[in-house]
Ligand binder design. Structure first.
Ligand code: ARG
Length: 469
């Protein structure tokens, strides 16, 4: 028997059929404990639920169940206290904990794995882990959105230039601009919530791939672990990681939104835009240029987007050629998932912390809105309302802008006589249209930039956020 031979696979929980020890490099290469120990709590919770169910259906006695639970709780304490000794020889989090359980409670520990496989165990653990992570991500999105909504409320009347092609387009309110980011985050929140439903399905009971010969009751374990349902097919339950791919995709979109937002903050803090200021505590300096105050936090968030996009591609690629059912390839899902969770959470946190601290330089925004003929469309609309066809009025205003460029004069700064050179229809009432306030107030419909609309949208957003509880 292999137990007599120290060079055999006898030191492994699966070593029965092996006649030589695992190659040292292979052992390290195939091990996952260095990273999957992060799911230790979920692994213990899954095992406690499994043992409880086994006792309920008569596969374990109540005394055995109790021994297992007590042992697992002691292991939980060791792990929390940092005294648990993880061993690469024991490959992964599951076998480290199971081996330790047997050390502690003896033969009963060896009964825990009855009717279960590491294949359904790991699939259960990662889903539990992800479910918890999604809940934290959801609450960080809410914190960021709350900050954005307050900012939008505070700056509902603040006027800035709106851009298309990064060229001055039309005046908008800063509050309106902030609410645009908030809308993206509402969708990000919904996507995460929706993904959570599919994460929260229990594979446990699939065993290795085909189910088990023991009279298990999966509804008991599902209920104990808070799953909304079970994976209905055992082959699918142990093998697919589509829920993780969905999570990575939803995360990549969050990062994409934060990255675009970052791009704006970087531009806006530059001397050329000079629209906002970030407090020193969110910036860093340069080791050579004493004057520098760099917007490192937004830059880094923008940069970290690449990492999460990469994880999405890793997970998709990991899955694409796997035949049914479980394959060891799936061990490669952990690091991308963990790093996605860390990155998204850190970036959301940085943004949520930054929002209330953002200082808006209203005068500079206003000045910028006045440059670049941002009310040209208003003048065109004015002429249309007086009976000129839109294409003709476009042409007329184009000429007026050309004149303004040559004279270095905004439309609002031209005299009536100057404006009338381009159309005799123009009268004194034009100036109400050409002011920045006139321009934004005129866009007073659902979804428009008028301060009145922004204030109403803020109230709606607040109500929606309040529903989350
Ligand atoms: N560490 C493995 C993983 O992360 C656990 C399952 C391994 N199962 C097996 N039969 N080798 O996927």
């Amino acid at each position: 028997m292999s137990e007599q031979n120290p060079t055999s696979g006898a030191d492994k929980l699966w070593g029965g059929r092996f006649t030589e020890a695992t190659d040292a490099f292979v052992e390290a290469f195939t091990a996952s404990v260095t990273f999957d120990k992060r799911m230790a709590e979920q692994d213990i919770n899954g095992s406690i639920a499994h043992a409880t169910m086994l006792a309920a259906v008569g596969v374990l006695t109540d005394a055995e169940k109790q021994q297992i639970i007590t042992g697992l709780e002691q292991i939980r304490s060791e792990i929390r206290a940092g005294t648990f000794e993880w061993s690469v020889k024991l490959e992964d989090v599951h076998m480290n904990i199971e081996a330790r359980l047997t050390d502690r409670i003896g033969i009963t520990g060896k009964k825990l794995h009855t009717g279960r496989s590491r294949n359904d165990q790991v699939a259960t653990d990662i889903r539990l882990y992800l479910r918890d992570a999604i809940d934290v991500i959801l609450s960080e999105i809410t914190r960021l959105q709350t900050g954005l909504v307050h900012l939008a409320e505070r700056e509902a009347d603040t006027i800035m230039p709106g851009f298309t092609h990064l060229q001055t387009a039309q005046p908008v309110t800063f509050g309106h601009h902030m609410l645009a980011w908030n809308e993206m985050l509402f969708r990000d929140y919904e996507r995460m919530q929706d993904c959570r439903k599919r994460v929260n399905r229990m594979p446990l009971g699939s065993a290795a791939l085909a189910g088990t010969t023991y009279p298990i009751d999966r509804t008991i374990t599902a209920k104990l672990l808070g799953f909304e349902g079970i994976c209905e097919n055992s082959l699918d339950g142990v093998s697919d990681r589509d829920f993780a791919i969905e999570f990575a995709a939803a995360s990549a979109l969050i990062m994409t939104h934060l990255s675009r937002f970052s791009e704006e903050l970087v531009l806006w803090t530059s001397a050329q835009f000079n629209f906002i200021d970030l407090p020193d505590r969110f910036c860093t300096g340069s080791s050579i240029m004493p004057q520098k105050k760099n917007p490192d936090v937004p830059e880094l968030v923008r940069g970290k987007t690449g990492r999460v996009n990469g994880h999405l591609i890793s997970l998709l690629t990991l899955m694409k050629s796997q035949c049914l059912a479980y394959n060891k390839d799936n061990q490669e899902d952990k690091e991308p998932i963990f790093d996605t969770v860390d990155t998204v959470l850190n970036c959301l946190r940085a943004y949520a912390d930054m929002m209330p601290a953002l200082q808006v330089k209203k005068d500079n925004m206003r000045e910028a809105a006045k440059r670049g003929f941002s009310t040209a469309t208003d003048l065109a609309d004015y002429l249309v309302k007086k009976g000129v066809a839109f294409r003709d009025s476009h042409e007329i205003v184009g000429k007026a802008v050309g004149y303004g460029v040559a004279q270095k004069k905004d439309l609002a700064d031209m005299s009536l006589a100057e404006l009338q050179q381009f159309s005799s229809i123009i009268t004194d009432d034009v100036f109400a249209v050409l002011t920045l306030e006139g321009s934004v107030n005129a866009r007073n419909h659902l979804g428009g930039t008028a301060p009145a609309q922004v204030k109403a949208a803020v109230q709606q957003a607040k109500a929606k956020l309040a529903e989350r509880g």
